[in-house]
Design a protein around this ligand. Structure first.
Ligand code: NAP
Ligand code: ZN
Length: 352
């Protein structure tokens, strides 16, 4: 076992602060990684503040972070895919049973024995897993990804959650050239959704509550921008979307978006607000529309997404912060004030 520096929260109402945690010695299948950058997902904030207590109650201390990029420092004797010095990435998953039908289909995120990168039972050390707000991590090689060499590392970190969470449903729902696609909420996930839908050739419309984000949305790849609080602007798009991806982190009216779908259109939720959303049946009945959800993506698809980003030179637009600014960053997330993902430079933790 070794000691690692980390930032943790000790309760739902405490700020994150410097801490020391234990990491396991790499077993024969493990890769030990020195963490260089870790993206800041709104899920980190939901989890730290125990906003998902009904589904995934938070165990404290909580070390969040599941958008991890680093360099391999050590590998176990059976590891074949990585060697010391390689770039490596870890997303939201660090284990699954690799046996169930979901794992066999490459959909480890739906495995009943799937283990999240933080706040999930740690079968090696007991307690819960600790995430990427730390200077190192040890992960089974099956859950470690390769990073294309041409990508900026700070901007690549958010691909591991914001990237795959938007890429996967766009692929699953067949987004291609000729489709009209809506992206709701221009935050960390939303801005990646815009980049991917644009790269897939779709006509992309961004729905935002922040008029100040209009120019950025167009620069990121949107063809049109709708200020979602303007009912007239919304009405102009009624019945016209093949697919809408909803990446909003807080309570909002999804019925307004369902009414914008065409016949057989689909709205997929990736946002995970604390409280249940209100759903009117009629929006779905008229037009045989559907509403679904999507959770990150499997390991093979995450590698496919990273390779797609390498080919298209896609990274997240990041504001790089030292870890000492993490509490301020959370407050800014709550004000939709991030362009468009915070990425923690973990060198700042080494100097603590
Ligand atoms: P984020 O960067 O904070 O972005 C959320 C965006 O939602 C904001 O930028 C804002 O966009 C919009 N928004 C916020 N409050 C709103 C409100 N009251 N009404 C309408 N719009 C509002 O968050 P994120 O990291 O992208 O995460 C988004 C959500 O996805 C979170 O709930 C997170 O937990 C969840 N998530 C899910 C998965 C999954 O696997 N399904 C994976 C990762 C994250 P505008 O300023 O453009 O309006
Ligand atoms: Zn995330």
């Amino acid at each position: 076992m070794s000691q690692a520096k980390a930032y943790s929260a000790s309760s739902a109402t405490s700020s994150l602060a410097a801490d020391t945690i234990t990491r396991r010695e790499p077993t024969e299948r493990d890769v030990q990684i020195e963490i260089l950058f870790c993206g800041v997902c709104h899920s980190d904030l939901h989890q730290v503040r125990n906003e998902w207590s009904g589904v995934a109650p938070t165990v404290y201390p909580c070390v969040p972070g599941h958008e991890i990029i680093g360099r391999v420092t050590q590998v176990g004797s059976a590891v074949t895919n990585f060697k010391p010095g390689d770039l490596a990435a870890v997303g939201c998953l660090v284990d699954s049973d690799r046996n169930c039908p979901n794992c066999q289909d490459g959909l480890e995120q739906f495995c009943p024995n799937m283990i999240f990168t933080y706040n999930a039972p740690d079968k090696h050390l007991g307690g819960v897993t600790y995430g990427g707000y730390s200077d190192s991590i040890v992960v089974d090689e099956h859950f470690v990804l390769h990073v294309p060499a041409n990508l900026d590392l700070a901007g690549a970190a958010p691909l591991l959650c914001a990237g795959i969470t938007t890429y996967s449903p766009l692929r699953h729902w067949g987004v291609t050239a000729g489709k009209k696609v809506g992206i709701v909420g221009l935050g960390g996930l939303g801005h990646m959704g815009v980049k991917f839908a644009h790269a897939m050739g779709a006509h992309v419309v961004v729905f935002t509550t922040s008029p100040s984000k209009t120019e950025d949305a167009l620069r990121l790849g949107a063809d049109e921008v709708v200020i979602s609080r303007n009912a007239d602007e919304m009405q102009k798009h009624a019945g016209s979307f093949d697919f809408i991806l909803d990446a909003v982190s807080a309570d909002h009216d999804i019925n307004a978006y369902i009414n914008l779908l065409t016949r057989d259109g689909n709205l997929t939720l990736v946002g995970a607000p604390e409280k249940p959303l209100n759903l009117s049946a009629f929006g779905l009945l008229f037009g045989r529309r559907s509403l679904s959800g999507s959770l990150i993506g499997g390991i093979a698809e995450t590698q496919e997404m990273l390779d797609f980003c390498g080919e298209h030179n896609i990274t997240s637009d990041v504001e790089v912060i030292p870890i000492q600014k993490i509490n301020e960053a959370y407050e800014r997330l709550l004000k939709s004030d991030v362009k468009y993902r915070f990425s923690i430079d973990m060198a700042s933790l080494r100097s603590e």
